[in-house]
Design a protein around this ligand. Structure first.
Ligand SMILES: [Zn+2]
Length: 357
């Protein structure tokens, strides 16, 4: 037998098919979804139909309309081959079932879930994916990536993601395929927004008139108050030197594009260390720095909320025609529904300006 014949014989061997675990092994299920990596999920048509108009329409048809082997049967049940891998399919299907839904821990998994939920027009799964996607955990982990995703799907959460990108230079993170989905205009407006926010934070970290005279951290210390600053209504007061260093550290990090939550924690640690060296400040420096930092963050948050967000979703005329044609003609296509929702959400979003050519 030649090498070619050997290869052909191996290629012709059927793939190993495995069965998914509970709850997708129920003997009373009435259809099998087979993942791209050959895992069979025994599911109930009713659950899928209730969760997805796509599946509802598909089950209503006399013949299964997807897959080359769509007429395949196993143990008397139709087998529908889908393009998703078992990992993603399981997460999607579990949301359709009346069981507790385990949280997804990986950002990549949540994004995959969102994509497939949109594909099959599963509103509940889509909402769940968006809720997970923009949870504080992922917003802190990779807000730039979330901004790209939000822009791609024209989500109102783009503004939330943009806020979380402040202090996260885009060029400092690795390339991501999601970058290909946003326009140069959207990238420009994100960078401009970051720049405006940085200016605002520097102002908060250098103009101390927002700090109350009663603030514990900015009380005069007989040992270490060597510099003066205006706080409150412009009252000039001598303040602890380690506190000045803390604020200067924040400003320097902002200017160097390295200010984010982790960096601020390092600066707080440094402030604690320096404060401990002063006999008067030491005993209360931990509480004082924490209390001040909380107020500083609250002030920053308030000032950033005033920064205008020109997240322009610039659509070309040809794209609008494409969207219109798509949503009018395709009742099965999930993208039509999303495009309609996107347009409504974008126009309703405060602070977001839509520029149409
Ligand atoms: Zn002191």
């Amino acid at each position: 037998m030649s090498d070619n014949e050997t290869t052909t014989a191996n290629d012709n061997q059927p793939p190993t098919i495995t069965d998914a675990g509970a709850p997708f092994d129920n003997p009373d299920a009435d259809v099998i979804l087979q993942s791209a990596d050959n895992v069979n999920f025994r599911v109930f048509k009713l659950f899928l139909s209730l969760a997805s108009p796509f599946f509802k329409d598909m089950f209503a048809l006399p013949q299964t309309p997807v897959g080359d082997n769509s007429n395949e049967m196993k143990e008397g049940l139709p087998v529908i081959q889908v393009a998703e891998e078992a990992r993603t399919l399981e997460r999607l299907l579990i949301i359709c079932y009346p069981v507790d839904v385990p949280a997804v821990e990986s950002l990549k998994d949540v994004h995959s879930l969102l994509q497939v939920a949109m594909k099959y027009n599963m509103e509940r799964a889509e909402k769940k994916a968006i809720e997970w996607l923009f949870a504080p955990q992922f917003l802190d982990q990779d807000p730039v990536l979330l901004f790209f995703i939000a822009c791609h799907y024209r989500m109102k959460e783009a503004l939330m993601a943009a806020k979380a990108t402040v202090g996260r230079p885009i060029l400092e993170r690795p390339y991501a395929a999601e970058m290909e989905h946003i326009s140069a205009g959207q990238l420009y407006h994100l960078l401009a927004y970051q720049k405006r926010c940085k200016k605002v934070i520097i102002a908060v970290a250098t103009d101390f008139t927002w700090i109350a005279l009663t603030s514990s951290v900015t009380q005069y210390c007989g040992n270490c108050s060597t510099k003066k600053a205006k706080i409150g209504e412009g009252y000039l007061r001598s303040l602890p030197s380690w506190w000045f260093d803390y604020m200067q550290g924040i400003v320097a990090a902002l200017k160097n594009e390295t200010w984010h939550q982790g960096k601020n924690a390092d600066l707080m640690n440094e402030a604690w260390k320096q404060g401990w060296k002063c006999g008067s400040c030491g005993p209360k420096v931990v509480d004082d720095v924490q209390e001040f930092t909380d107020k500083f963050r609250a002030e920053v948050k308030q000032e950033i909320s005033k920064v205008s967000a020109c997240l322009v979703f610039a659509w070309s005329i040809s794209h609008i025609h494409f969207v219109a044609r798509f949503s009018w003609t395709s009742t099965f296509n999930t993208q039509g529904r999303h495009i309609i929702r996107i347009r409504e959400a974008a126009f309703k979003l405060p602070g977001v300006r839509i520029i149409l050519p």
